[in-house]
Design a protein around this ligand. Structure first.
Ligand code: ACO
Length: 343
């Protein structure tokens, strides 16, 4: 199957629902943002830029910036507590926490273990996934594999970032684009028939290609410079690849399940750039009113952007139980991927 990870290998007979299988079903969602909002007008005071340029090129109008005491783990904890409350669960109900982040509180221990402790959870296990902006898509796919493999029943999946701390605040080509925040989903094992009408994760398609490293990377690390480093991006180069890569993995998810853009209720893309989002939806024939856009409010929050967007659209009642939802992202590595699920 082109572009499909092994998890996407649903057989045709399963699609018709002739077998019983475990599905990873969404039980709750939550989000958290730093207290401080930074508008484009404020950004004009920091670098030589304008609200017009930022809005035209990216669609971003504001972003949230973590202040003193706000970290990836603290934002992740808040999002986790909101998701637990939404699901009517407590940390006792969880077996596993997976955190997608490229901006951990510490090199180790994992931010997931930090959040586990903050939640007062001393059973089960927790680990981080690092796939930059595709991190949440990778983390949901990983959670689904653990659930379907019988290793966990209830998984808290968090995307949390403080990208403001790895930005070069004198580089106007990057610092205007990113923001901080966190979002979370709780996935629980449920029984399905194998049909596309099942609730839960239906398929995933993951990709990476390290030959693109120089187009988007952070120039530090424990094993190289011994420093954290700052983000570098060849924006035009990333843009050139983005729409093609994103549409490939979305198409792979449609093909693996025999679904089409007409069947989709919501596309919830990684929120990097309005033009990439619109271009991808147009290429696939996904109607603009089915696309959830929050890049104007949050900027690019990397692995947090999809769960933040899910929390907005499920919170305001757009995404409803039973809706078919496509998640997609592309980011540093390059990494890219899509998850198709029924809410
Ligand atoms: N304000 C004003 N002018 C600016 C700014 C700014 N903040 N930044 C750049 N410019 C100027 C440039 O210097 C250039 O000027 P020049 O023509 O005189 O040289 C001009 O604006 C155009 O610059 P481009 O880079 O060509 O602008 P582009 O239309 O490509 O938009 C952007 C830039 C928004 C970065 C776009 O390329 C993009 O979104 N790229 C993809 C980003 C992305 O999706 N990343 C992946 C996920 S992120 C992750 O994984 C961490």
């Amino acid at each position: 199957m082109p572009n499909g990870c092994p998890l996407s290998g649903r057989k045709r007979h399963e699609r018709r629902g002739t077998s019983r299988m475990i599905r990873s079903v969404v039980r709750g969602f939550g989000a958290a943002l730093p207290k401080r909002v930074m508008t484009n007008a404020e950004m004009e005071q920091v670098v030589d830029t304008s609200d017009d340029w930022i809005v035209q090129r990216s669609g971003i109008r504001q972003r949230y910036i973590a202040g003193e005491g706000e970290t990836t783990a603290s934002l992740g904890e808040q999002a986790a507590r909101a998701a637990l409350a939404n699901a009517g669960m407590t940390p006792d109900d969880l077996d596993l926490i997976i955190v997608a982040t490229s901006t951990p509180d510490n090199t180790f221990p994992a931010t997931a273990v930090n959040i586990q402790n903050r939640l007062g959870m001393h059973h089960g296990f927790a680990f981080d996934v690092q796939a930059v902006c595709t991190g949440f898509v990778y983390a949901v796919t990983t959670a689904d594999a653990y659930i379907r493999g019988g290793l966990a029943k209830r998984v808290l999946v968090i995307g949390a970032e403080t990208f403001s701390r790895i930005l070069n605040w004198t580089d106007r080509t990057t610092c205007v684009l990113f923001g901080d925040g966190a979002g979370a989903l709780i996935l629980e094992a449920g029984e399905g028939t194998g049909a596309n009408t099942d609730r839960g994760v239906l398929t995933a398609s993951l990709r990476s290609d390290g030959s693109h490293k120089d187009k988007l990377y952070v120039d530090g690390g424990p094993s190289t410079t011994g420093t954290v480093g700052v983000l570098h991006m060849a924006g035009r180069e990333v843009f050139k690849h983005a729409v093609g890569m994103i549409t490939d993995v979305i198409q792979a998810a449609f093909d693996a399940t025999g679904t089409t853009p007409d069947d989709l209720d919501w596309l919830v893309p990684h929120q990097a750039n309005r033009r990439i989002i619109d271009g991808s939806a147009k290429k696939l024939g996904i109607a603009p009113e089915k696309v959830v856009v929050t890049v104007d409010l949050h900027g690019n929050t990397s692995a947090a952007s999809i769960p933040l967007a899910l929390a907005v659209a499920a919170g305001d009642g757009r995404i409803k139980k039973g809706d078919l939802v496509m998640l997609e992202a592309m980011g540093g590595g390059f990494t890219w991927g899509a998850v198709l699920l029924r809410w």
